[in-house]
Design a protein around this ligand. Structure first.
Ligand code: BGC
Length: 755
């Protein structure tokens, strides 16, 4: 049976799109609806209260049901379960005067019930198809459970490992980040958001949330426009060009302004320059935060935000409580209210909610489409692509399934910690631990010894802060160590599962000391001191300082937080069912004092950057080398690859004549493997200093043992452009270094002339 809205839609037999690309049928429908709305009802659409299943800030006292039935909510977020969501949707449709359906948002960040690796890990696959696949599955599951809007992708560039939310993004590179950003959107929104299993994406946090001072969450970002345009904005833009339906503003200051109330950012850049015609939502409580930040009080903050182009108020209730008065006092116009209301209604229309309000409320889908075998298989496959092999002396890895293997560490038997931050919508107890996965894999082939080995931290309080509700049991430090040394003593090889607990990264999880926590590091030192071969399986949501580990531990496999199938996927890699192929998208420092540390820095007047030893009056440190411990783009494999020297079709490039670059890559080991071949440029002389290296492309090649493949790139002058001091995107002819190789630290350079 068609609803009232369905009938109206069916009666509007207008052409679908006018020449300006507008959907005239949608426009007519919304004109008609808005013509019947009171000011209060319009303002109601701009309100987004929290459901409270996920707490990402202070949860506000709101009676959600009352708000919905009185038409004072345009949607809600972070409520789990199709039945409960259907109840709210029913209240909106049947009880509110106009029966306008609700947006149902959720932080579906790297999976829903089937959880995939955390986003920083996903980016290390350098495989947008894997990200698209994970986003597609996430959308299928979330939509089956009632959700129609995800607060993802988070595309904030981050160059500082102290910031916990580095885990949520795609790393430090704008070009690669842009490829990933678009892939998320394609996956969530599918063809056009109109199918049952397609949901609206929300690009966040606009803009430059990833540059908080000192890596401390929520602190101000302050930067030149050139840096913003060249480094931070590209991924947001890529997501918008891929069709993202919504944008979330950032809730930290950018250049002293609140992005939520910034006219130049929202109305100017986002809407007018980039042509974004979707809806803009604030981040959690942003409008009220403006008073705390010493900017403006609620009524003015709300009016400023509305005028700037923020359509929906997440949680603060400032739109709901103040816009009506502000309108009556003439501080805001009806046109401004209408503009925001229209954008929200358009999002609902594009999602198909008006023609089928219960489109996402089908309990039978929730019964059959969540956490399926097929989704878990995908999670396992994708996880395998995200592991980064940092070190493998003497080819310790993969391990053979024989003899006695000791698995030691507080993360070895922590199934509740496998999914990583932002995975509260999943069911923790379902996920097997590494220990269980090792047992399954080894069967009777080898003897498995296990010891927890240490607490996460010596300090109980710090451990509590670090684990939150995903607690890891504690024991007596000495007894745990003794047990570990006993197991180590018996074993032929020691596999350690150490690092950060899963809640040590993500929101509100900044760290000033980014080493492996004290108790675990001491455990590792004692295990290495036994002289037995030691493998470090590193769990982390950020780059860690691994100075001692990289000098002393023979094999290090960074497994990040790999999701529902972490146990199986890690065990697959350890025992050689899969071959690691991930490469870092974020630089690993030697010391925290190097942060922010990233590969695409601007040259300074006192090079060389690569000094291994201190040179007075150079730009370096007395006590630590400038170079990273593991550079951007770095990652090993169980096999080896040899790079032939690159051939260039010409030593000149122009707008009409791109340059073709080709090189041969050979698998020189005895296992099949995937290699990620990278292309960088450097603009040698320009009107503004340019980064020493900038990634411009890459190829993923699968090679059998002994196999060679020709890898080809086409470089155009588009890739050589940058935003100049007038913020114009320009190509400036001159000399360019073109670099190819396996990572940003090992490149072959050739000079070409740009004309
Ligand atoms: C985070 C957002 C998130 C929102 C809703 C905020 O604290 O910054 O990324 O989408 O909460 O949960």
């Amino acid at each position: 049976m068609k609803t009232g809205f369905g009938l109206i839609l069916a009666c509007l037999a207008l052409a679908a799109c006018d020449p300006a690309g507008r959907d005239s049928e949608m426009d007519a429908f919304i004109d008609n609806l808005m013509g019947r709305m009171t000011v209060e009802e319009k303002i109601g659409q701009l309100n987004l209260p929290a459901g409270g299943d996920i707490v990402s800030g202070q949860v506000f006292e709101t009676d959600l049901a009352e708000l919905v039935s009185s038409g004072r909510a345009g949607g809600f977020f972070n409520v789990k379960g199709v039945e409960r969501i259907t109840e709210f949707q029913r209240l909106a449709i049947e009880k509110s005067r106009l029966g306008i359906p609700l947006l149902v948002g959720a932080d579906v960040i790297h999976g829903y019930e089937t959880v995939f690796p955390i986003p920083i890990a996903l980016s290390c696959s350098w495989n947008p198809s894997a990200i698209e696949r994970m986003a597609r599955i996430s959308a299928v599951e979330a939509s089956a459970d009632g959700v129609n809007w995800t607060f993802s992708p988070m595309v904030d560039i981050c160059r500082d490992a102290r910031w916990g939310r580095i885990a949520e993004g795609s790393g430090e590179d704008p070009w690669l980040g842009s490829q990933m950003a678009a892939a998320y959107v394609r996956g969530y929104q599918g063809a056009d958001m109109s199918h049952d299993d397609e949901i609206m994406a929300c690009v966040k946090h606009f803009a430059a949330y990833g540059a908080p001072e000192a890596g401390r969450d929520y602190t101000a970002a302050d930067m030149s426009r050139q840096k913003l345009y060249n480094c931070y904005l590209p991924p947001y833009r890529a997501a918008i060009e891929a069709g993202a339906g919504s944008v979330m503003t950032s809730f930290n200051l950018l250049d002293g302004e609140h992005p939520t109330a910034s006219r130049w950012l929202l109305d100017g850049l986002l809407r007018r320059q980039w042509g974004f015609d979707g809806m803009v939502v604030t981040d959690y409580n942003s409008i009220s935060d403006m008073a705390t930040l010493g900017l403006v009080e609620a009524p003015e903050a709300a009016a400023m935000s509305l005028k700037a182009g923020t359509d929906m108020d997440m949680v603060s209730n400032a739109y709901l409580n103040t816009l009506g008065d502000s309108y009556r006092k003439g501080l805001i116009s009806m046109e401004e209210i209408d503009r925001a209301c229209r954008r929200i209604l358009e999002a609902k229309y594009r999602l198909g909610l008006f023609s089928e309000p219960y489109k996402y409320c089908k309990p039978q889908r929730a019964e059959t489409e969540l956490y399926t075998e097929e989704h878990l298989e995908a999670a396992r496959e994708i996880a395998a692509e995200t592991f980064v092999l940092l070190k493998n002396d003497g080819n310790i890895l993969p391990l053979q399934k024989k003899g006695k293997i000791a698995l030691i560490g507080p993360l070895a038997d922590a199934g509740n910690n496998m999914c990583g931050m932002w995975s509260q919508l999943c069911v923790d107890s379902r996920h097997i631990s590494l220990l269980q996965a090792f047992k399954e894999e080894l069967g009777n082939d080898a003897e498995l010894l296990y010891a927890r080995g240490s607490n996460l931290y010596y300090s109980e309080k710090t451990q509590q802060y670090a684990t939150g509700r995903r607690s890891i049991p504690r024991g007596d430090d000495n007894a745990l160590l003794r047990e570990a040394l006993r197991a180590a003593d018996e074993a032929d090889v020691i596999v350690t599962a150490l690092g950060e607990s899963c809640e040590m990264s993500g929101e509100s999880a900044s760290r000033a000391d980014i080493t492996i926590p004290d108790a675990q590091r001491h455990l590792l030192k004692r295990l290495v001191a036994t002289g037995k071969p030691v493998v470090l399986l590193l769990f982390t949501g950020r780059p860690l300082v691994l100075d001692w580990e990289s000098d002393n531990v023979p094999a290090i496999l960074n497994v990040w937080y790999a999701g529902s199938e972490a146990g199986h996927a890690i065990s697959d890699a350890v025992f050689g069912r899969t071959n690691p192929c991930g490469k870092l998208t974020t630089t690993f420092p030697r010391a925290v004092g190097q942060e922010p540390l990233y590969y695409n820095y601007l040259q300074c007047s006192r090079p060389p950057w690569t000094n291994e030893h201190f040179v007075a009056y150079n730009s370096n440190y007395i006590d630590v080398a400038n170079t990273p411990l593991y550079p951007f783009g770095y990652g090993m494999s169980y096999t080896t690859f040899e790079y032939g020297s690159p051939e260039f079709s010409s030593d000149r490039i122009s707008a009409d004549e791109p340059v073709k670059i080709s090189l041969t890559v050979t698998n020189t080991g005895n296992r099949a493997g995937v290699e990620i071949v990278q292309l960088y440029i450097h603009d040698c002389l320009a009107s503004l200093a340019r980064p020493v290296k900038e990634l411009k492309n890459y190829r993923r090649v699968t090679l059998q043992p002994g196999e060679s493949k020709m890898v080809e790139f086409t470089l155009t002058t588009d890739e050589l452009k940058f935003y100049n001091s007038n913020l114009e995107l320009v190509y400036e002819p001159g000399d360019f270094e073109i670099m190819t190789g396996p990572d940003s630290g090992h490149l072959t350079v050739k000079l070409i002339k740009g004309i």
